[in-house]
Design a protein around this ligand. Structure first.
Ligand SMILES: CC(=O)SCCNC(=O)CCNC(=O)[C@H](O)C(C)(C)COP(=O)(O)OP(=O)(O)OC[C@H]1O[C@@H](n2cnc3c(N)ncnc32)[C@H](O)[C@@H]1OP(=O)(O)O
Length: 227
């Protein structure tokens, strides 16, 4: 079987899994099955395809091909640590534009309407969600999630495991530290440190009462494994 016809496993049976499955169908990629550790999803279906069972099923397979379809950055990292023998598929939607000089890491997904410009580097297991734009020379660290409609100007650096909420804009050359969360609609005009939550226009760090602060701790506790 040629590599481009090898069936792959979709890991995640929720809403993000649904858009990943839709994308794989548009690419005409055969899907071996959908796995999720949430037993309430077993027996349900995504776009008519059943959610088969837990991720543990991968352990019995000989270096399977898979794609993680879960939006939570820490969970994606945990899964990569848990299954070192899996080969990770990356996918670009046929209606996205990725410049030929850009790099897309293993396990990364670029969704419909997204644009990745010249010499940008997208790390492993990154999500470039619907309509997000990543301009020239940006560096996106492993396991980051650029939510729908994020706009990064040129030479922006986004650290490992960051979540940039829907509609975040970042001006040229700014740097966002690892595991930082930026709230939806923010405008990042200064560098942001690591493991903080920043919101607003202009984006300011808020250290009070954010439940998502736990995201950084979850991410660090997910382990240290090569992406
Ligand atoms: C296809 C898809 O769906 S992909 C997923 C897309 N997901 C996103 O874009 C999520 C983005 N998430 C956010 O913006 C969240 O609001 C977060 C992460 C910034 C904060 O979440 P939480 O920790 O749960 O914060 P919580 O809702 O408790 O709000 C805490 C305070 O911050 C304020 N706040 C929350 N989000 C924002 C924001 N984006 N901008 C400005 N203020 C905000 C709240 O109003 C509240 O203020 P108050 O204390 O003065 O009342």
């Amino acid at each position: 079987m040629t590599l481009d016809r090898e069936p792959l496993w979709v890991l995640g049976g929720g809403g993000h899994g649904k858009v990943v499955l839709s994308l794989l169908r548009l690419l005409d990629r055969p899907v071996a099955g959908i796995l999720d550790d949430d037993d309430s999803l077993w027996g349900t279906s995504l776009l008519g395809m059943p959610v088969d069972g837990p991720l543990g099923r991968l352990a019995g397979l000989d270096s399977p091909l898979a794609l993680i379809a879960i939006g939570n950055n820490a969970i994606r990292k945990k899964i990569v640590c848990q299954f070192p023998l899996v080969r990770w598929f990356s996918a670009v939607h046929p209606r996205a534009f990725v410049d030929p000089s850009a790099e897309i890491g293993p396990g990364a997904v670029v969704f419909a309407g997204a644009i990745v410009q010249a010499e940008a580097r997208i790390g492993a297991h990154v999500i470039v969600n619907t309509g997000a734009t990543v301009d020239h020379d940006c560096r996106i660290g492993d396991f980051a999630h650029l939510c729908p409609g994020v706009h990064l100007a040129g030479e922006v650096q986004v650290g490992e495991g960051c979540l940039l909420g829907t509609g975040t804009s970042v001006i040229p050359g700014r740097s966002i530290g690892s595991q930082t969360v930026v709230g939806a609609g923010a405008a990042v005009v200064t560098d942001l440190p690591e493991a903080v939550t920043a919101v607003g226009v202009p984006a300011r760090v808020r250290r009070d009462a954010f439940r998502r602060e736990r995201t950084a701790r979850d991410f660090l506790s997910a382990g240290d494994c090569p992406a």
